[in-house]
Design a protein around this ligand. Sequence first.
Ligand SMILES: [Zn+2]
Length: 88
Amino acid sequence: MIVIVILGVFLAGLIAYWILHEVIQSAIDNSTMARNIQEIRDHLVGKSPEPPQTANDEDHENCPGCGYLVHLSDKVCANCGLALRDSD
Ligand SMILES: [Zn+2]
């Protein structure tokens, strides 16, 4: 009889430990995943230290893709690489 009680306590402890382990592990996985997503997003978007500016002279315009200030002679946006006009 006492063996069953000891076995029950042991199993309960084991299950509690397992649940705790799973929770901690999933928390670690989530933070790792979040960091990876952040890195991928930084890589895709590209780090743009300059905030979007507003074109206030006739030599410049804003990129339709990202709003970056580009010169009228630019064929592609320096920030996002969008083709601004057909080269002819
Ligand atoms: Zn752009």
